[in-house]
Ligand binder design. Sequence first.
Ligand code: ABU
Length: 492
Amino acid sequence: MNGVNGPQNGQPHLDHADGQYFLTEAYKVILEEVLCKGTDVKEKVCDWHDPEELSALLDLELREGGESHHQLLQRVRDVAKYSVKTNHPRFFNQLFAGVDYHSLAGRFLTEALNTSQYTYEVAPVFVLMENVMLTKLRSMVGWPQGDGIFCPGGSVSNMYAMNVARYRAYPQVKVQGLWAVPRLAAFTSQEVKYYLCFGGEIPHGVPAYSLGCMIPEDLDEKIELARSQGAVPFLVSATSGTTIQGAFDPLDRIADICDKNKLWMHVDAAWGGSVLFSKKHKHLMKGIERADSLAWNPHKMLLAGLQCCVFLLKDNTDLLKQCHCANATYLFQQDKFYDMRMDTGDKSVQCGRKVDCLKLWLMWKAVGTEGLAERVDKVFKLARYLVREMSKREGFQLVNEPQFVNVCFWYIPPSLRGKEGNNDYQEKLSKVAPVIKERMMRKGSMMVGYQPLREKVNFFRMVIISPHISQEDMDFFLDEIERLGKDLYNAL
Ligand code: ABU
């Protein structure tokens, strides 16, 4: 073993003991930099550098010779130092945040075992585990039977819904392609329609209320309109938890329309699906059991870690496998010595498939269904607290009363208050969020996203996800927005 200095330059690092020593040391760096400092409120959430400067700091170039352990550990430290700390209590930028340590142990174990989820022979534990997880999640939806698969992202789950719905209606599409089917029409709310843009076909956007949920009466009209234009409606994708405003479509009403028109009802619950854990909030998805399929990402609100996404469907006739299977003879031999139904990989369009079930399983084992429900309830409470505190301060204006844990708002700096009637008000308001965002990132104090939406100019989207955060973090958030933005437009 070569110890901390590792092998000499140019040596191939092939020794197990030496590799394990390096791993132990690298793990200490990860623990210190990512998990201790990275969750410490006194540390920065990001150490911002412009790209050229960051490239120079990292020395990313790959050379002929290898480096020593000492140098490599410094690389590990640098990667940690200059990466965004998504586990930090002031990271509110995406629909994931925070860390669950049991899940993380599952993620480390998955990486160490390095297998592919496609066959029972290389992933016996994980095939059984995936089946248990899918059954459990389906039971929460209200489907005693059905099918499903873990997918690499919610958009892939949505694509699978489109594939399966189309295949059910026109099985010849699988071998003959799109020439063999009529012009099909899919429908989703205008608010989210870019999620379903696969292969350039834009779904029919159904008008949404200001809050972001679909207007079901307009869905009926859109279906009729598509028919009158010669298209064949085949799928409606409802949304439970829109990305920006966290809106929930009225599922029962949409299910009535799907029943009447014999359309596949898919629900993109990638973000909102975890409300099903909460007795208090699951009413937001009332009617979900009437859907045909569902996308749900436990890596979002449940903190299972990226990526952990499921596509669930009510069908139990093997439609998913029939739709996607390629019958690769080097993986799915028909004369195997065990039950070949355990080779679940042919339900997927992927070949190699990462193990994404262990992190959720280990976390669920650790805290139980009740523990996960408490997490969901806690972040709802924090979001309500934030909204109440905002209402006590001048300068914070909600875009809409939130249904979920997305709190969308404009910050109106003192110089713009009372000037709503001015011609340049909206233009000036649109610049507030980008300037505040730049300031917070350069300072490293927190991260939160912003965006325009239809006619609405840039506003902040605050999302509360991690159960590790507190009311003090919410107070800090509001104070910091005020600190960073109060001089606008005096300063511009
Ligand atoms: N799947 C959309 C996620 C976007 C976000 O993290 O904000």
